[in-house]
Every structure is written in structure tokens, then in C-alpha cells.
Design a protein around this ligand. Structure first.
Ligand code: FAD
Length: 437
């Protein structure tokens, strides 16, 4: 059968997982008072606002687009119980904190699983766990080292053989993270939105916050149609934090893309040994991910990260990036070259120095960023922990673990176009020269 090109791909500026909402909440007009104003309606902001409303606070959520517009509805759907970043690097940078951070990540996945169940959101959640799988013997060696570090830090992981585990034949084996699984992030984000809109929280969509000004008695937020006077503020603006002067520095946006194929006959997958439903992530410098979806398609992504321009608007993935992702898919799945790539979309993720972070950035102004590409489980957890703190609880030990007045960050040049291109090139060179067996 002929190799399929990217000609059949439709490009989207929003999520490809499901239809986006059309019934927007009103934009804010005039002056509003509240106990807490949450800026940003991703999973972090929505979880924060919902928890505060459940605990009786008068809470307002302000979202520039519609709730779920950002990374929360666009991601690849790996509910992971792991931290972002190579474990060997994490141990180098954060040795003394690794146990606490590992506990935080495991608790995040468990919390978000229970939250999905409690709210009754149908998001096709399948608790498969996820596997970091090697495509070469060099990567396999690297993953064995990583597993020892993860085990020492208390992670629930085991080493698996690719054939025994039902991975596609290209993947030799790797580290299986038992917690978490796969879901449909569009359905999760918009299901969460429905719950929030039905709660006691006041939600304003198409309301971009332009400025956040702490004052003696509270905080004033400036939006195009009016102002909000809040006692306290939660910034849950993820990659867009850079656009708010008050947000902590060191949160750098990068663009990441995913591609979804047409449905594939499961017998064809079984023929290449792919019987497991677990999500697959490779340990490249810039990871690749491959998963099956509930609608019988294959979704794959990342492999390239792109530096952010001055403004982060709506955007489609670049054609060249999609072509490269499809090339990668063909390399990993040579016998599925006939499968047509169907859809492509992407989103902005926030990068810190691999750590999830939260804190008080100015008087009565709090922030939470759990991303680095691993925020699906962590964002709702971090948003909820922050809400509980604002509602008067002691600082939870998991919140203490990530609590920082300023996030530690990578030098800005580390995420520049030349460095990101060099990381991509290093991966391709290692693909070319590494041995499979
Ligand atoms: C393509 C892609 C794949 C990914 N894959 C995975 C994965 O498989 N697993 C995983 O764990 N993570 C993944 N991630 C990361 C994950 O999606 C994020 O970490 C998580 O959704 C972040 O949630 P959030 O609520 O912090 O941010 P977001 O969902 O980005 O929400 C932030 C919201 O704030 C709003 N906003 C920003 N500024 C303002 C303002 N000034 N005024 C009002 N509103 C504002 C934005 O409009 C946006 O809706 C992926 C991300 C992308 C883009």
C-alpha cells in the first residue's frame, strides 16, 4: 500500500479532540467585588475556582477565551504520575527534593483520577499507566538507570520487556509507570467547564485580564470592560503568564504539536505486536509520544518544540513540523505507512526548570504552574491545593514541596530556536547511529 503523505491533514487552531463550546459565559462588564479572582480557565484555574466555590468563597473566574481553550483541552491525554524531565537530570538538579516531588506527582495522578470520578466527567479515562519505552539499546540502558533513580525516590515503576508488554515491535521495553493512564482531554476540559458553570463560581469568558494591581486592602484586576476588586488573586495562566507583568519570571512558553491518524484496524496493530493500550513515551531529548485513542486512531506528538514569538495568539501547527512528526511515525511504525494522518493541532506549554511551582508572587497574588508538558494530572491538583490554602487550610505538604516565591528557571537561551533545533538534531543523529539490539 502507498505511503501516506500529509496532504490529507486538516490543521486546527484549537483542540482536535472534540467540538469546542459555542455557548460562552458573558464577558465581564463594569465593577465586580469578590473574595478571590482566578485568572485563567484551564484545568488549574477551573479546579481552583470550583474548590473555592465548594468551600463557600465568593469566587470569580476570568478567562481570555473560553474555559478549556488552552493546553488543557489540547494535550495528548497522558495522565501521568511522573515529573517532567529526565530522572538523571532531576537527580542532579534536585537531589534532596526528589522524594517529595515524586510523592507530589503520584498524588497528583491519584487526585485527578478521583476528581474525574467524583464529578462524573465522561472523558474515556482508561487507567492503563504509561510506559517510557526505548527504541535503541542505548536508550534501554539509559532507562534502566532512570528506573533505579525513580525507585529510590519512591516511584511505583517496573522495568518491562517490549514483547511481553505488548508494545509495538520498534519499542524494546522500558519503565512502566503503574499510576495514571490515558484520556480524552477535550472531553475532560469541557466537562469540567460544564461543572464549573453550574457551580456557585461566577465565570466570565472572553475576558482577558490586562493588569493585576495589588493595593493595601486587596487587588484590582483590569479587563477591557471593567474592573474586579478581589481580596486575593490566583494566577493560573500557564504559558501565557509571560504576558502579565505581575506574574513571576522564568515561565517560558514553547509550542508543541500533535497529529492524529485515521482509525486503524486493531488486527493491524496486533500484527506489529501492539496489543497494550498503555501510552508510550520515548526518552529522547525532546520526547516522542504514541498512543491509541478510544476512537481507534493513533495520536502522536512533540519531537520538536518551537520557541515563542512576542505574542501567543491562536495558531496552527507548522506544516514542516507535522511532516517531521509523520516521518517519525513512519520510522517507528514502518508497516503503518499506509495509515493517513488526519488532523493536527498544538498548544502552548509553560516551561520552568522542570519543576511544578506555586507561590505568592506579590501581596495577596498567588500563582500555580504545573506544566513542562506534564500538567494534565498536576494542574487540577495544584489548583485545588492552592484553593484549600486560600480557604484557610495549613500549607499541604505537597504544596510546600513546590512552593517558591519565584520559579527556578532555565537560562532563556536554553529555549531559543537554535538550541531547540540542536536538541532535535541530536535526537535524529542518535536515531541514525544507535543500535536497535
Ligand atoms: C499539545 C500538548 C500536549 C500535551 N500533552 C500532555 C500530556 O499528554 N500529559 C500532560 O500531563 N500534559 C500535557 N500537556 C500539558 C498540559 O496540557 C498542561 O500542563 C495543562 O493543561 C496546563 O493547565 P493550565 O490550567 O495550567 O493551563 P491552560 O490549560 O493553558 O490554561 C490557561 C488558561 O489561562 C487563560 N489566560 C491566560 N492569560 C490570561 C489572561 N491574562 N486573562 C484571562 N485568561 C488568561 C488562557 O486563555 C488559558 O485558557 C500538553 C500540552 C500541549 C499543548
Amino acid at each position: 500500500m502507498p505511503t501516506r503523505t500529509t496532504d490529507s491533514v486538516s490543521y486546527s487552531t484549537c483542540t482536535g479532540w472534540c467540538e469546542r463550546p459555542t455557548d460562552f459565559a458573558p464577558a465581564l462588564g463594569g465593577e465586580v467585588q469578590c473574595d478571590v479572582a482566578v485568572v485563567g480557565g484551564g484545568l488549574a484555574g477551573m479546579a481552583s475556582a470550583l474548590r473555592l466555590a465548594e468551600r463557600g468563597a465568593d469566587v470569580v473566574l476570568l478567562e481570555a477565551g473560553y474555559c478549556g481553550w488552552g493546553a488543557s483541552s489540547r494535550n495528548a491525554g497522558y495522565l501521568s504520575n511522573a515529573l517532567a524531565g529526565d530522572p538523571q537530570l532531576l537527580r542532579l538538579l534536585y537531589r534532596s527534593q526528589l522524594r517529595d516531588l515524586t510523592r507530589y506527582a503520584e498524588n497528583s495522578a491519584r487526585f485527578t483520577e478521583r476528581l474525574i470520578e467524583r464529578l462524573g466527567i465522561d472523558c474515556e479515562y482508561d487507567p492503563t499507566g504509561n510506559v517510557n519505552a526505548a527504541v535503541s539499546t542505548g536508550q534501554l540502558k539509559q532507562l534502566r538507570k532512570s528506573m533505579r533513580i525513580l525507585r529510590d525516590a519512591g516511584a511505583d515503576v517496573e522495568f518491562v520487556d517490549g514483547r511481553d508488554f505488548g508494545l509495538p515491535e520498534t519499542f524494546l521495553g522500558g519503565v512502566f509507570e503503574r499510576g495514571g493512564g490515558l484520556l480524552n482531554p477535550g472531553k475532560l476540559a469541557f466537562g469540567f467547564r460544564d461543572t464549573l458553570l453550574a457551580s456557585g463560581a461566577k465565570v466570565f469568558e472572553r475576558t482577558a485580564v490586562r493588569a493585576v494591581e495589588p493595593e493595601d486592602t486587596g487587588v484590582v484586576l483590569d479587563v477591557p470592560g471593567g474592573r474586579v476588586h478581589a481580596e486575593r488573586v490566583v494566577l493560573a495562566t500557564n504559558a501565557h503568564s509571560r504576558d502579565l507583568a505581575i506574574a513571576p519570571g522564568g515561565i517560558t512558553p514553547v509550542w508543541t504539536s500533535v497529529v492524529e491518524t485515521e482509525p486503524v484496524d486493531p488486527d493491524r496493530l496486533a500484527a506489529i505486536g501492539w496489543t497494550s493500550r498503555t501510552g508510550i513515551i520515548t526518552p529522547h531529548t525532546i520526547l516522542e509520544n504514541y498512543r491509541r485513542t478510544a476512537r481507534g486512531t493513533i495520536l502522536f506528538g512533540t519531537r520538536q518544540l518551537q520557541a515563542a514569538p512576542r505574542t501567543l495568539g491562536a495558531r496552527e501547527p507548522d506544516r514542516a513540523v507535522v511532516e517531521d512528526l509523520v516521518r517519525g511515525f513512519h520510522e517507528r511504525f514502518p508497516s503503518l505507512r499506509y495509515v493517513a494522518p488526519q488532523r493536527a493541532w498544538g498548544g502552548w506549554v509553560a516551561v520552568t526548570s522542570f519543576l511544578p511551582v506555586a507561590g505568592e508572587v506579590a501581596k495577596n497574588v498567588f500563582y500555580a504552574v504545573s506544566c513542562n508538558g506534564h500538567g494534565l494530572a498536576q494542574s487540577p491538583y495544584l489548583g485545588t491545593l492552592l484553593a484549600d490554602r486560600l480557604a484557610g487550610d495549613e500549607l499541604h505538604e505537597d504544596l510546600r514541596t513546590v512552593w517558591r516565591p519565584r520559579p527556578p528557571h532555565l537560562p532563556s537561551s536554553a529555549l531559543s530556536t537554535p538550541i531547540l533545533r540542536a536538541a532535535w538534531a541530536t535526537d535524529r543523529i542518535s536515531d541514525r547511529f544507535s543500535q536497535r539490539r
